[in-house]
Each structure stands twice: as C-alpha cells, then as structure tokens.
Design a protein around this ligand. Sequence first.
Ligand code: B12
Length: 416
Amino acid sequence: MENWLSLCVVLLSVTCSCKAAGICSVPETRKSYVTTLAITMARSVGQCVTPDPSVLLALNLGQVKDPTAQDILINQLKKDSVERVSKNETFTSGKVALYVLALRSSCVDPSSIYVPEGTVDLVQLLEEKTREELQSFENNSSSSNASVKTTWYQVGLDIIGLCVMSKPYAITAAHILATHISLNIFGVDTAAIAAMGLVCVLEMENIPEGTHISVKTKLSDLLTYMLDQQNDGLIGNTYSTGLAGQAFLAAHPCYSLDSWDCAATIQKLIDLIPQKTFALPIAAAQLLPFLWGHSYVSVKQLPCLYSDAPLISVEFTIVNDLVGEHFKYSITVEVTEGSALLQVMEKAKELNPKEFSFQYKKYEWGVYITSINQLDGSNNDKTYWQFFSGINLLKQGVSDYIPENKEHIIAVFSKY
Ligand code: B12
C-alpha cells in the first residue's frame, strides 16, 4: 500500500484533477437502468416536497438533466437556507455542507445566497459550524468519549464542502480528522465520506508537511478498511456501496486496482435497481454519482462562470435634499461581475450598516426599495427613492439592473 500511496501523491500533485473516469463503468446495455433510476429520483422533486440537496447534487453530477426539478430545488434550497438561519432553526454542519455542494454544483455561489426574504453566506456558515464540530472534539480530546458535535460523517461532508470552495480551513479540519478518527468508530459510509474529504484536501495548495503525511496515511487506512468490507460486489451494505464507489473513484490511483472488483460492484448495484432497492430519493442520490463515474469531489471541477468572474467596483451614493435632515453619503464596493444592483446595496449595507441599511418589498417586477438610511418613501407624501446611473434614470429595478465596472449609482430621495 505504501508504494501505491507514493504513486498516488505524485499523481495527485501532477494531475490535480478528478480522476473518476476510466476505472470501470456501467456497460452500455445496462445504462437504461441508471437512467430510469435518475428519472424516478427527479420525479420526487416538487414545490411541496422537502428539498433534498443530495438529489440536486446527483442531478448535477449526472447525465440525466431535469431543468424543472433542478430549478425547483435550487430555489427551495436557497429559500430554506435563509429561513433556517434567520429563524435559528436546526442546520447541522453536514447539512450546510450538502447545501453548499448542491448549490455550487448548480453554479449558484453558496457564499452569496439571496432571496427576497434575506441573504446568507453558506460558506462562512459552514466554516463556523466545522470549527464548532472540531472545538467540541478538541475540548474533550483527553477524555475517552471525546466526540465531535454531530458525527465524523458530517465532519467529512464539511471538509468536502470547504475544500470544493477552496477554503483553507479544510486543511486544518482534514488534519484533525486524520489524526483523530479511529478505525473502530467508522462504518463504510463514514469512511467513504471522510476519504473523499481527504482526497480533495490532498489536491489543495500550501498543505503543511505534517498535515500531508497524516492525511495520506489516514486515507490509506480508510481505503484499506473499505476494501476489506467487500462482499459479493457490495462494500459494507447495499446503501454504503454507492458512497464507497464514489470514494474509490475519487481516490484512484491510491490503491491497487486489483484490490477492488469494480465491475462486480457495478453489476451488483445494477441488479438491485429493478428490485426497487434504491427507491428512496436519498438512496438513489448517493448511488447515482458513482454509476455516472463521479464523486462529490468532482464538484470542484464543474465549470461555473461565477467562480471565474472578476470583481468590479461600483460607487453607490444616497442623497436626501428633500425632507428633514439632509444627507449625502457615498461608498465604493466590490462585487462579482454580473451582480445585480441589489447585491451592491447589500454589500454597502454590510460595510456600513449605519448609513446604507435599507428595506424593500417584493412585487412581480422584483424588489422595490421602500427605505434607505431609515428614510421611508411615502404614498401620502408622494415620495420615493429614485435610482440613477450617473445622470440617467434606471429603466429596471434594483434586483434586475446589472451595473458595470466603475459605474456610479445614485439613489435620490424624490417626489412623484
Ligand atoms: C450517522 C448515521 C446514523 C446515526 C444518526 C445519529 C446522528 N446523531 O447522526 C445513528 C447511529 C443513530 C443511526 C441510526 C440508524 N441508522 Co443510520 N446512518 C447514519 C449515516 C452514517 C450518516 C447520516 C448523516 O449524518 N447524514 C448527513 C446529514 C447532514 O443529513 P441528515 O438528513 O441530517 O441525517 C440524519 C438522518 O440521516 C438520520 N438518520 C440516520 N440514520 C437513519 C436511518 C433512517 C432509517 C432514518 C429514517 C434516518 C436516519 O440521522 C442523521 C443525523 O441527524 C447514514 C449513511 C448514509 N449513507 O447516509 C446512515 C444510514 C442513513 N442509516 C441507516 C440505518 C439503517 C439506520 C438504522 C435504521 C440502523 C438500525 N438498524 O437501527 C438506525 C435508525 C433507527 C431509528 N431509530 O429509526 C441506513 C439507511 C438505509 C435505508 N435504506 O434506510 C444508512 C444509509 C446506513 C447504511 N449504509 O445502511 N444512523
């Protein structure tokens, strides 16, 4: 195994890409089973159904596209995440990680989720929650029953999420997981998720030498453990096999190819599909990425415009020469190219909430600004906030108007 490990590290540093394809794949004659499973899973999506991020993730990693289901899920997950945060509802670290992965795989930037009800930075939230998980462990690490806040399974998901979003804290978390997760506390599901997290981190830059060694060693242990759990094509049980398959694809070539009968695993899983073994959407969602030759780590390679989009700077000025105490404030903010004016205003509010806080209402035409800097428009007084780009009146509302680099947006408290 040590030789394979050395080879793996060399290849990881040379290729730096996801190596999912090419080990074994579903035979052409049996692909229809996979497609049917994916279609059935996509049909589980609906406006009144609780959204499952794993389903969106699977659809984005797969070859069966269902734009309607994908759109419904994106909107549900965005709304749900803002709601959970604003209402302080349960949102465990692993769940946040799955939301991050699902939204990132849809090319929605999880660090800037916006819905009319509010905004949330899911990547920052994920980092905070991962820190909580590990602090909880480290505070009791001397005790025999030291544990993370939830489970190592969720910490594994956290590492994948942070790593896919290129957050350096993924490296620290991987180091802690690698040095503390013990062979007797993980099942195959946990080992698979943890292994994917470690593979992802090994491809990151600036990993300290000590971390590199501990992560490589633990990855090797996890792979050996999973390889030992093979039985009649399955790895662990029916429901852990898809995750284990994903981990083996992600970790290829960190183990000897002879040690895993990939074709037997695929054959066994395909045989189980017509028996409705994976009828639950979550069961299908954990399996399908593997059958399509991908893993959760592949999300990092999915191309998205936003991740390459450059930052632009926009000047934003608010002016009241009309009522009460007059004021004029300006701020310059940076947002990614293609952001709506509303995101510029959100950024201004974040940087200077005292002067740039604002409120709005949602209509069919998008967002209508009702107040800025505590100054409300009034139907009785016929006042409102009027928006200009330089001297030109905007023809769109703030949620639709896309400012350009160096543009100067002015909101003037006016009469109509
Ligand atoms: C951690 C875990 C547990 C923990 C959950 C507690 C905790 N604080 O985390 C414990 C050990 C308690 C547990 C128990 C069981 N589990 Co379990 N569990 C998992 C595991 C490894 C990770 C789940 C997770 O954290 N997901 C990520 C988080 C972010 O998502 P979540 O939605 O918040 O996850 C919650 C639910 O998954 C729930 N949960 C966990 N297990 C089960 C099982 C069932 C049937 C249900 C409805 C919910 C549920 O607890 C999670 C944490 O809150 C999964 C593996 C997998 N492949 O998904 C198996 C898994 C979901 N569990 C499974 C099973 C079978 C069980 C048990 C029925 C085992 C048993 N014979 O008693 C029991 C549940 C009994 C009951 N009381 O109803 C199977 C489900 C297979 C299936 N087709 O239904 C899985 C897939 C493992 C496997 N490969 O067989 N589990």
